[in-house]
Design a protein around this ligand. Structure first.
Ligand SMILES: Cc1cc2nc3c(=O)[nH]c(=O)nc-3n(C[C@H](O)[C@H](O)[C@H](O)COP(=O)(O)OP(=O)(O)OC[C@H]3O[C@@H](n4cnc5c(N)ncnc54)[C@H](O)[C@@H]3O)c2cc1C
Length: 286
């Protein structure tokens, strides 16, 4: 069992990992290789790099630095975080790891679908958490929007509750999933329609699909997806933390872009440092 598992290897996650490891915690960092840093050609406002540094280089330097310290770093996709007796299970696309504490440092989601009607029907048939809201759709027809590991995981949480489950890949490749009541539809989605609640999905080709509920699970899960399932408080989709970067759930910390504020490397590093120091205190007291 790890003392702490950090989800994210950007400036926040790596800094948290460095402090945690130097505080003697058995530390694992899991990342899927996609950080906001990699969308940055040259970073010129971060301390210590004359002429700047490319985002990609800074990202992989951070990972190397963590590995050199003896931190386990895995390139996997985290799909779920589950409560267990004395900590948490972190479920990835490869395996399940157990830990006494968790630091969320997933940055901000960049692949949220922009489909007309999505905001309008949030809470009125559009949901972001199968385990939280699936029960409301007992014996109904629901859709999951997405095509990756996370969409499959959300679909699996719904299969035994709903009467019919349609996976809408929205133009992306079809995922591997089987079930008697499962259908896969890869038509690009035009918009969600309804009155007081969602009633149907319009596709670009002019056809439509009557629906009782829709679960959004496009791309990879981020901190806000994990938060909804664990009961972590959110503020405008950002994780709420106290001055120690601890969430309202004991043993779960968060840092960097996923907690909001100024979305910059210097701030992510500061948050990561606080989260790393706080998690040491937390684990020591267990
Ligand atoms: C185009 C652009 C330009 C920018 N330019 C600058 C700049 O010049 N200066 C500056 O200071 N800041 C800049 N920023 C902002 C800066 O990149 C971010 O503030 C910073 O990277 C945030 O760090 P973070 O560690 O919170 O998140 P990120 O760096 O985004 O890291 C997130 C980590 O979480 C991992 N992750 C997410 N979900 C999962 C999952 N389900 N499973 C496993 N791993 C997961 C990712 O793989 C990644 O390792 C820029 C951002 C962008 C988009």
């Amino acid at each position: 069992m790890y003392d702490t598992i950090i989800i994210g290897a950007g400036p926040a996650g790596i800094t948290a990992g460095i402090y945690a490891k130097r505080g003697n915690l058995e530390t694992l960092i899991i990342h899927n290789g996609e950080s906001a840093l990699q969308r940055t050609k040259n970073i010129e406002n971060y301390y210590g790099f004359i002429g700047g540094i490319s985002g990609d280089k800074l990202y992989f330097n951070g990972i190397k630095q963590a590995e050199n310290l003896g931190i386990d770093v895995k390139n996997e996709e985290v799909i779920k975080i589950e409560f267990k007796d004395n900590g948490y299970n972190i479920v990835t696309n490869i395996k399940t790891y157990s830990t006494k504490s968790v630091i969320l440092a997933t940055g901000i989601k960049k692949n949220a679908p922009k489909i007309k009607g999505i905001k309008e029907f949030e809470g009125k048939g559009i949901s972001y958490c199968a385990i939280c809201d699936g029960f409301f759709y007992k014996n109904k027809t629901v859709a999951v929007v997405g095509s990756g590991n996370y969409a499959v995981s959300e679909a699996n949480d719904l299969i035994n509750i709903v009467s019919k489950l349609i996976i809408l890949t929205n133009g992306a490749e079809k995922p591997e999933i089987r079930g008697e009541n499962v259908e896969i539809n890869s038509k690009p989605i035009k918009e969600f329609e309804g009155n007081d609640k969602i009633e149907k999905i319009e596709f670009n080709d002019g056809t439509n699909l009557p629906i009782d509920g829709v679960f959004i699970a496009q791309g990879t899960a981020d901190s806000s997806d994990f938060a909804r399932k664990l009961g972590i408080m959110l503020n405008d989709n950002k994780i709420k933390v106290d001055e120690n970067m601890e969430t309202n759930i004991s043993g779960i910390f968060a840092c960097g872009d996923c907690i909001g504020g100024t979305l910059q490397i210097s701030k992510a590093v500061n948050d990561g440092m606080i989260a790393g120091l706080s998690v040491i205190q937390y684990v020591k007291k267990l």
